[in-house]
Design a protein around this ligand. Structure first.
Ligand SMILES: NC(=O)c1ccc[n+]([C@@H]2O[C@H](COP(=O)([O-])OP(=O)(O)OC[C@H]3O[C@@H](n4cnc5c(N)ncnc54)[C@H](OP(=O)(O)O)[C@@H]3O)[C@@H](O)[C@H]2O)c1
Length: 238
């Protein structure tokens, strides 16, 4: 349960959805550690969240950096993995190095974070990993991220069996209104997102608030384990 006295670590918590999960956790009275690739920037972002938040560096393609993060943490009640180093790639103009960097951080990096957190998890700890609807509904340029997001689901299935009593779940957001990735997208992707919104049953995209509420449910509810919660306003059906 995310509440006073508990510690929430958000890897990729300096921006976007991760930052909003951190903000909601602090609002419930929990301690929060947010991470980004740059230590000074992470500390500055944490200051904006108040006294319950601290900032730290974590680069998910650097195993030592992940180890240092968890060596400096006392206990982990909740671990949220939202980090993404976006790669817009297509098979026609494929850049394998860019694909490898993003794939590495979003699969091996996420797995390594759980490995390093193992000695610090409390008995009723839980983990939430971010996947994304692009694994089923590709968007122009999503070749890398479609692949990496699918990997998250396999990883969650495996970890939920490997690390009990710690619970491990995935969240699969659709295109999320209010995030920089959507609001600041280029014209091609903006048109694509708008077409997806129009196809969606209620003609609305999920919001940042919808995603935060869903992450809190996954973190809190002892009966949910090994699940993939799709929060896309029904987009995957149409
Ligand atoms: N936005 C959407 O509509 C949407 C839709 C579906 C799924 N998702 C998923 O939701 C998650 C969050 O998305 P978002 O749009 O909120 O992301 P975002 O605003 O771009 O934030 C990304 C975070 O990841 C960190 N990061 C980037 N590269 C990293 C690396 N190599 N190692 C460690 N940390 C790294 C960034 O930290 P610094 O920049 O400070 O280093 C930042 O805190 C992602 O996993 C994404 O796949 C988002």
């Amino acid at each position: 349960m995310v509440e006073a006295g508990r510690h929430v670590v958000v890897i990729g918590g300096t921006k976007g959805l991760g930052y909003e999960v951190a903000r909601a956790s602090v609002a419930r009275g929990a301690r929060v550690t947010i991470t980004g690739r740059d230590e000074a920037a992470a500390k500055e972002r944490a200051q904006d969240l108040g006294d319950l938040a601290v900032g730290a560096a974590c680069e998910l393609t650097d195993w030592d950096s992940i180890g240092r993060l968890f060596a400096g943490v006392d206990v982990v009640d909740h671990l949220v993995l939202t980090a993404l180093d976006r790669d817009f790639n297509t098979i026609a103009d494929f850049r394998p190095d860019d694909c490898a960097r993003t794939s590495l951080m979003k699969t091996v990096g996420y797995a390594t974070a759980v490995h390093e957190a193992l000695p610090k998890f409390s008995d009723d700890a839980s983990v939430v990993m971010f996947s994304g609807l692009s694994m089923w509904r590709p968007v122009p340029g999503s070749t890398t991220i479609s692949m990496a997001n699918s990997g998250i689901i396999g990883l969650v299935n495996s970890l939920a069996v490997e690390v009990p009593p710690v619970r491990v779940n995935a969240i699969t957001p659709g295109v999320v209104a209010g995030t920089a990735a959507v609001d600041e997208a280029d014209e091609v992707r903006r048109d694509w997102f708008e077409a997806m919104r129009r196809r969606t049953p209620a003609k609305r995209l999920p919001t940042t608030e919808d995603i935060v509420a869903s992450v809190m449910l996954l973190l809190d509810c002892p009966g949910i384990n090994g699940a993939n919660l799709v929060v896309d306003a029904g987009m995957h059906l149409v």
